[in-house]
Design a protein around this ligand. Structure first.
Ligand code: DC
Length: 218
């Protein structure tokens, strides 16, 4: 059976999460937040006290970890039975995720876990390599981006709203460093699939982006 997939790839902070969740809800499709898989691995690695530079040890953690996703209104993730949702969004988790995501061995282990999300009636998949590597046969593909400056501003606003102290310059340089790492790695780098629709959200509202993506799927 052909289960439709919509992939939305792009750098962090482009609004993929919000757009994917809204579209999955509208269509009644499942939602894969692939970044949260790499983020969960980052938490597992930090918890295990493993050196993130030790590829072999990180790969073993990836193989051994058990993840449960509950994609209700808010995503809840359990790592080996423990609710790790509150730690998922932190900068430390995101930066560590970007390091472990650069290991081919890790990506190989996590590939099937991501493919398993393709269940009826359909899937919205959010990440960096959804349209290029994990679901290259996807019917609908979008590449959603925004300038680093705009993404840093959004991230800053989110943190301040959550009551977390933040520094805009630091966030901007971290976003630029993470973009470089995600784009320059040898394995599954952040790149636009040839058959993807390119959308720059810098000057669009979330509603406008959702509308454009919905038009593609309609
Ligand atoms: O989308 P995010 O910020 O939650 O992703 C965290 C990190 O995980 C990001 O820096 C790169 C990595 N990642 C990846 O390599 N491939 C994906 N499909 C999703 C995320």
């Amino acid at each position: 059976m052909n289960i439709p997939v919509l992939t939305i790839d792009g750098p962090s902070g482009a609004g993929k999460g919000t757009v994917c969740r809204a579209i999955a809800k509208k269509l009644g499709w499942h939602y894969l937040d692939s970044g949260s898989i790499y983020r969960s691995l980052a938490i597992a690695v930090l918890k295990a006290g493993v050196d993130v530079r030790d590829v072999g040890a990180v790969t073993e953690v990836a193989q051994a970890m058990s993840l449960e996703f509950d994609c209700g209104d808010e995503l809840t993730v359990r790592l080996d039975g423990e609710n790790i949702t509150p730690q998922l969004a932190s900068e430390t988790t995101g930066n560590t995720a970007s390091v472990v995501a650069a290991y081919p061995e890790v990506r190989a282990v996590l590939l099937q876990k991501q493919k398993d999300f393709q269940q009826p009636p359909g899937l919205v998949a959010d990440g960096r390599d959804m349209g290029t590597v994990v679901f290259p046969e996807a019917e609908y593909k979008v590449y959603l981006t925004a300038s680093a400056e705009e993404r840093a501003k959004r991230r800053y606003k989110q943190l301040i709203e959550k009551g977390i102290g933040a520094n805009l310059d630091q966030i901007t340089s971290e976003i630029e460093a993470r973009d470089r790492r995600d784009q320059e790695r040898n394995i599954a780098p952040l790149a636009m699939a040839e058959d993807a629709l390119y959308l720059d959200s810098s000057d669009l509202t979330i509603e406008q982006v959702i509308e454009k993506v919905m038009n593609l799927v309609r």
